[in-house]
Design a protein around this ligand. Structure first.
Ligand SMILES: [Zn+2]
Length: 306
C-alpha cells in the first residue's frame, strides 16, 4: 500500500514537473503600450514583464538592476526604438547579459521597424541644440492605433518564430486585435469631430502621431526643443500667439511640467487636457483600447469647454 502511495506521489510530481517545464515565452516590453499589444497577441502563451510603467516618461528612466534582472530571463525583448530608450536600454542590456535578446538575435525586436512612416525626421545635419531627443524622428508612434495594428502583426510573426507550436494562435490574436481597432475606429474619429475645429497647442511632440491620425490642427508647442524645458522667452511667445487664437485647447502628458502648462492655459484662457502619456498612466487605462478611448474622450471634453 505504501508502495502504491509513493508511486502515485512520484507520478503526480512528474506531471507537475512536466507542466512546469512547459514554460511560456518570456517577453519583456520597454513601454506599456508595447506590453499591452504583446499581451493581446501572446495571450496565455506568453508572460510579459514591463520596464517603464505608463506614468513614467520613457525618455528618462533610471537603469535599475531590478530591470536588468527581468531582462536576463527574457526570450523576446520588444522595444520602441527610434532612440526613445537610448538613455537606459543599452545599459540594461549590458547588465542583463542575455544572449537571447542581444542586438541582432532572434529575441531582439525593435518595434519601429514595423512602421510605414516615421514623423518629424530631422533633415540635414542633426544639431543637438535642436533638442536632446527625437534625433531619429518622433518615437511616440504607438499613439496611432493603426501603428499598433502593424506592431501586433510583427509581434505575431516574431513570437511564432520563437514558439512555432503556437504560431497560429499568435496570428489569430493579432488579427483579432486588428478587428477590434477597425471596429472602434469610427467611434474614435466621431468623438473628435468638435476637437478638429479647434487650435491645438501641445506641450511635447509626444502627441504628433495622435494629432496626425485624428487630423487635429496643431498650432504650436510649449516645449519648442524636445526634451529641453522651454525658455521664459519661448513661453512668452507662445502666450502671445495663443492670445490671438480662438478656440484653443492645450494637450499635456501626466509627466510634463504642469506649472508651465497651467501658466500658458491660464494666460490664454484655454482648457488644458492632462492626458495619459501611455497605457496605464491613469486609472482605467490599463488596456490599450481603454487608453485610446481616454485620449479621445479627454481631448473631446476639453474641446467642449472651449
Ligand atoms: Zn518625446
Amino acid at each position: 500500500m505504501q508502495f502504491i502511495k509513493s508511486s502515485l506521489l512520484v507520478t503526480a510530481l512528474m506531471v507537475v514537473t512536466a507542466s512546469c517545464s512547459f514554460a511560456e515565452l518570456k517577453v519583456v516590453a520597454t513601454i506599456s503600450d508595447l506590453a499591452c499589444i504583446a499581451e493581446a497577441v501572446g495571450g496565455n502563451d506568453i508572460e510579459v514583464s514591463l520596464l517603464c510603467p505608463g506614468h513614467r516618461d520613457p525618455h528618462f528612466l533610471p537603469a535599475k538592476p531590478s530591470l536588468a534582472h527581468k531582462m536576463s530571463k527574457a526570450d523576446l525583448l520588444c522595444y520602441n526604438g527610434l532612440e526613445l530608450e537610448i538613455g537606459w536600454l543599452p545599459l540594461l542590456l549590458n547588465k542583463a547579459r542575455n544572449p537571447r535578446i542581444k542586438p541582432g538575435s532572434k529575441g531582439d525586436m525593435d518595434c519601429s521597424t514595423a512602421l510605414k512612416h516615421v514623423l518629424d525626421v530631422p533633415g540635414g545635419n542633426i544639431d543637438r541644440a535642436m533638442g536632446d531627443i527625437h534625433a531619429l524622428g518622433n518615437p511616440h508612434y504607438t499613439l496611432n492605433p493603426e501603428n499598433a495594428v502593424l506592431i501586433a502583426q510583427e509581434m505575431a510573426f516574431r513570437m511564432g518564430q520563437l514558439d512555432s507550436a503556437n504560431k497560429d494562435a499568435y496570428q489569430a490574436r493579432a488579427d483579432a486585435f486588428a478587428d477590434e481597432v477597425a471596429t472602434r475606429l469610427p467611434g474614435w474619429i466621431k468623438l473628435m469631430e468638435n476637437a478638429r475645429t479647434k487650435s491645438i497647442l501641445i506641450y511635447h511632440s509626444h502627441w504628433n502621431y495622435f494629432t496626425e491620425w485624428q487630423s487635429l490642427n496643431v498650432v504650436g508647442e510649449i516645449e519648442n526643443r524636445p526634451g529641453i524645458t522651454p525658455s521664459p522667452r519661448h513661453i512668452h511667445d507662445i502666450i502671445e500667439k495663443g492670445r490671438h487664437l480662438e478656440n484653443c485647447v492645450i494637450m499635456a502628458a501626466e509627466w510634463d511640467h504642469h506649472e508651465i502648462a497651467n501658466k500658458v492655459a491660464d494666460r490664454i484662457d484655454a482648457p488644458l487636457a492632462i492626458l495619459p502619456g501611455y497605457s496605464g498612466a491613469q486609472e482605467g487605462t490599463d488596456n490599450y483600447f481603454d487608453f485610446i478611448d481616454r485620449l479621445c474622450s479627454s481631448v473631446a471634453q476639453a474641446a467642449a469647454q472651449e
